[in-house]
Design a binder for this molecule. Structure first.
Ligand code: BGC
Length: 740
């Protein structure tokens, strides 16, 4: 049997190698036939004539250019009919090289899933992978070959609107989620018609834009770049990400688009990436504004030389690159390398064999209303909800309770589209297939017990609706308030200097709470918001992000106890914008403050707490979890030995519940200072009411490694603190020594 397995594995490897070889040979044979202009055409990507996700350049002769072989890829073209129409044009070119259709499939296509930041709050890698898988199934059925996702930028600044697209602030969690998303998008591998190519973006450090202002500069040490910002990219690459997208920002003075260190040295050199790099929208041309390129021609030279393979919407390559090669300013070998990478992906996707293999009307129709996808969406949405506060067990609410009246108040009670969030698609039948909170609460408790008032708009200063809200609040026994952001308030180019609950919504909460009635607040948003009064005064708060197509159902299931929440924050929530950037894995400093009264010549604020309002990893359940002290298998280890750290977790409440048990490590003394804690593991466990479980983590020296000042990745002997807990703040701890 063993022999047979070995033979089989050997044959399989031979087969895979032969396939690869054939693809490389086929790529070369096409490349040999190509003129320089045709090569440059493959490196050019245009936006389609129907929709745009950035500022448009002149598009007038787009269709003619496709026929002339001047376009290698299109974005924002979806649907079998449209992709077929444009592929037909590509088939009229001399070499019949198929087009690649790319699209921002960020959190679903027909079925909108929770925004990525919300999904990250589930800490559920399987569910996240499934979400990406479904997005791939639906979008590939609509002719899409390539998604511009996952966004794997680490973000420590909630003013930055794009936090909604990523997995939050932590490189460890971010890396695991990056891997799950790539696996989900690429499914059984490129070439399956239900898989889309993933694109790890934005390479690199875009999340660290100064002041949280989109497109802004980034200046950081290379050590921080390697330790915090690059790991999720490496994880995406290891999971097989077919492509990378570079970023709008400059990194230490060099725009990412022309950054040789990032693209040629790290990505294609050290990491041996075999896919291709697409620029971000117009980022080649924007190097003129950066003050890095003197004109478009210069920009093309700088970008190609640094390893940007495809130009999205700058029209710089198509206008200048051939000339630059002729003048000897760009090496032909750079162009050939870029085209090889692009063609290889087209071959791997099977497009040379059949350019229309993603154009299947029957499949497109079949995936249009897929109940299994909607069910998975609801599951993901419920898992993403975070219970921030629940005094006196106000939640869950009882579905039937005699004559109790429930008042639903707030600008989001009846909203439909706001559930979808930024980077989602609008479909003509949305209003009939997406329900509001109002619809769903009615289903749970029956119409006659419900009252409604909008109270105010999301983002203006009018209090005209307050009186009505207060009067129905007085009539009610319990009040559910639905507040938050409109779906376009957090996303690309949606940076904010003020991230408080917008408009007069918090004033409305105060006015309603003043009636003395119990209030549950639901906050829908794309980023961590600030709502200190609510956090300090309202008994129950659920953070419900933007949860997608089945958002209202998911929220209502949690409100009425059909689902016990288990989400944990993937980002620290600040108490004021002045604390930003704020993150759990900070350095201790020489004058650490030990608490908020400890301010005298300390690293503290004299006017505000140094702590986040809600910590990274925080989230409650309807039940309670108790952690006993950590036990270690040894407190003195050597070399490659393994450490086992265990803790007994008990469900001491009345509900079955799911807990994310988190492991943090601190290296107490290092050749460079080390964070006060670093997430190094977690386990999501289900505990029945009254049940206890021993949760064990195996720790090796791999988990102790970090980048030293010479950018060497290794561990150093010494003393370590192991922390296990329910969030980054509330942990049990134990110490040990680990020597070489
Ligand atoms: C964004 C990218 C996106 C691209 C195409 C850019 O503005 O930064 O993330 O993929 O547009 O829509």
């Amino acid at each position: 049997m063993r022999f047979l397995i070995l033979v089989f594995t050997f044959l399989l490897t031979q087969f895979v190698n032969a396939q690869k070889k054939t693809i490389d040979q086929r790529v070369d044979s096409v490349l040999r036939l190509m003129t320089l202009d045709e090569k440059v055409g493959q490196m050019n990507q245009y936006n389609g004539p129907w929709a745009a996700t950035g500022p448009l350049t002149n598009n007038d002769n787009l269709l003619t250019q496709i026929k002339e072989g001047k376009v290698g890829s299109m974005l924002n073209v979806t649907g079998v009919a449209r992709t077929r129409e444009l592929q037909d044009l590509a088939m009229q070119t001399r070499l019949r090289i198929p087009l690649l259709f790319g699209q921002d499939i960020i959190h679903g296509y027909r079925t909108t899933f929770p925004i990525p930041l919300a999904e990250a709050a589930s800490w559920d890698l399987e569910a996240i992978e499934r979400s990406a898988r479904i997005a791939a199934i639906e979008s590939s059925a609509a002719g899409v070959h390539w998604t511009f996702a996952p966004m794997v930028d680490i973000a420590r600044d909630p003013r930055w609107g794009r936090v909604m697209e990523g997995a939050g602030e932590d490189p460890y969690l971010g890396s695991l989620i990056a891997k799950a998303r790539v696996k989900g998008f690429q499914g059984r591998g490129l070439g399956s018609t239900d898989a889309v190519m993933a694109c790890a973006k934005h390479f690199a450090a875009y999340g660290a834009a100064v002041g949280g202002r989109d497109y802004n500069s980034v200046d950081m040490s290379l050590r921080q770049l390697h330790e915090i910002y690059l790991p999720p990219f490496k994880a995406a690459l290891d999971a097989g990400a077919a492509t990378f997208m570079n970023s709008f920002n400059d990194l230490n003075g060099i725009p990412a688009t022309a950054n040789k260190y990032l693209q040629r040295d790290i990505l294609k050199g050290e990491w041996k990436f075999k896919g291709f790099v697409v620029s971000d929208w117009g980022s080649v041309g924007e190097m003129i504004n950066h003050g890095y390129a003197k004109d478009n021609k210069d920009a093309s030279m700088l970008a190609t030389t640094a390893g940007s393979d495809m130009d999205m919407e700058s029209r710089s390559y198509i206008q200048n690159l051939a000339q630059l090669v002729k003048e000897g300013k760009v090496k032909l070998s750079f162009v050939d390398d870029a085209v090889r990478r692009i063609l290889r992906k087209k071959f791997e996707m099977g497009l040379f064999d059949d350019p229309y293999r993603f154009c299947n009307e029957a499949r497109e129709k079949e995936q249009w209303n897929n109940q299994a996808h909607l069910d998975a969406e609801k599951d993901m949405a419920r898992k993403s909800i975070v219970l921030l506060k629940n005094e006196k067990q106000l939640l869950p609410l009882k579905k039937t309770n005699g004559q109790r009246k429930i008042a639903l108040i707030g600008p989001l009670v009846r909203s439909i589209k706001e559930h979808l969030g930024f980077w989602s698609y609008d479909w003509p039948d949305d209003s009939s297939r997406i329900t509001s909170l109002w619809d769903e609460v009615q289903k749970k408790v029956g119409d006659n017990k419900l009252l409604y008032a909008k109270g105010c708009n999301i983002n203006d200063s009018s209090r005209a609706g307050f009186d009505e809200a207060i009067s129905i609040a007085k009539e009610a026994d319990i009040i559910i308030m639905s507040v938050g952001e409109a779906r376009d308030m957090t996303g690309e180019a949606k940076s904010k200097s003020n991230i408080h609950l917008p408009g007069v919504q918090e004033e409305l909460i105060k006015a309603v709470a003043a009636t003395g009635k119990p209030v549950v607040v639901l906050i829908s948003a794309g980023r961590p918001l600030i709502f200190n009064w609510t956090a300090d005064n309202v008994p129950a708060i659920l953070y419900t992000w933007w949860l997608g197509t089945k958002g209202a159902e998911a929220i209502t299931d949690v409100l009425f106890g059909d689902y016990n929440p288990s989400g944990k924050l993937p980002m620290s929530f600040p108490g004021t914008e002045g604390q930003i950037p704020i993150y759990y894995n900070y350095y201790n400093t020489g004058r650490p403050a030990t608490n908020d009264s400890d301010r005298f010549y300390r690293s503290a604020y004299i006017d505000f707490s140094i702590y986040p309002k809600f910590a990274f990893g925080y989230g409650l359940s309807y039940t309670n979890f108790n952690y006993r002290n950590i036990t270690l298998n040894s407190t003195s280890l050597k070399g490659n030995q393994k450490l086992t750290a265990s803790v007994v977790v008990s469900n001491t409440g009345e509900y079955d519940g799911t807990e994310v048990v988190q492991l943090y490590i601190r290296d107490l003394v290092g050749s460079v200072v080390r964070p006060v804690k670093d997430l190094k593991g977690f386990q999501k466990i289900l505990l029945k009411a009254g049940e206890s479980k021993t949760v064990s983590f195996t720790i090796t020296t791999e988990e102790l490694k970090f980048y030293n000042n010479d950018l060497k990745y290794d561990w150093e002997p010494g003393e370590f603190e192991i922390m296990i807990g329910t969030n980054s703040k509330d942990v049990k701890s134990a110490k040990l020594t680990w020597n070489k």
